[in-house]
Design a protein around this ligand. Structure first.
Ligand code: ATP
Ligand code: MG
Length: 206
């Protein structure tokens, strides 16, 4: 059934009132948000989209000419689309610091040594204010598997340069990391093509 002209006018007026009210609330919230400092953002959960979220934010930062450091822990592959694209940009420093998945290495001592070597690279960036954004891809596993001294990692993150942003990704973020973070998103695994037998594809999964 089509609406009369009067009903359309009434709907439009109601919509305008609702939007004016919403704008007032949003403007007040924006006016309140005056603080500015580097953020610790954690992207966790079992769904797809953690690393790609970090790389999306990285593209945004690079658009402003910011200097970005990337540490990829755990995984060892260097043939990813993200590295091929971002890795050769002048403002990007890209490090692949993994040895492969822990179920591949099957060697905890080796995993710990690798994690410590990787964390040394990250620490250098987290002590240097010239890095405006640092991406710590898959950091969560280094904490949840106990490969690194959790307190040391959290201290280093907490004491980084004031304006430096950090994005940490990976499943199962620890409570302490979530507590320290400014922004936390938990990506839910509603569906994944993998479970329908679709293999990982270049340009989408790596
Ligand atoms: P992406 O890098 O695509 O954003 P991610 O960082 O959220 O994924 P990881 O745990 O790092 O997820 O997994 C890396 C690889 O595993 C990617 O190829 C991704 O597509 C795939 N993947 C992510 N989530 C799932 C899932 N729930 N089931 C199966 N494979 C997944
Ligand atoms: Mg990932």
């Amino acid at each position: 059934m089509s609406l009369t002209a009067a009903e359309i006018a009434e709907n439009n007026a109601r919509h305008a009132t609702r939007m004016a009210r919403k704008k007032a609330v949003i403007d007040a919230a924006i006016a309140n948000a005056t603080d500015e400092h580097g953020l610790l953002i954690v992207i966790t959960g079992n769904g797809k989209g953690k690393s790609t979220s970090a790389f999306g934010t990285m593209a945004r930062a690079l658009g402003y000419g910011m200097k970005v450091g990337v540490c990829q822990f755990i995984k060892s592959r260097t043939d990813t689309g993200e590295e091929a694209f971002f890795g050769k940009l002048p403002n990007v420093e890209w490090h692949v610091l993994g040895d492969g998945f822990t179920w591949d290495t099957q060697n905890r001592e080796q995993d710990i040594a690798t994690a410590k070597r990787g964390w040394a690279v990250a620490t250098r960036m987290l002590n240097d204010p010239s890095y405006q954004l640092v991406v710590l891809d898959e950091l969560t596993y280094l904490l949840s598997y106990g490969y690194l001294d959790n307190d040391l990692v959290l201290d280093t993150l907490a004491n980084r340069p004031d304006m430096q942003h950090v994005i940490a990704t990976g499943r199962g973020a620890t409570d302490a990391l979530i507590e320290l973070a400014d922004t936390v998103s938990i990506i839910a695994d509603e569906k994944h093509a993998y479970r329908d037998g679709v293999k990982a594809q270049p340009g989408i999964d790596f």
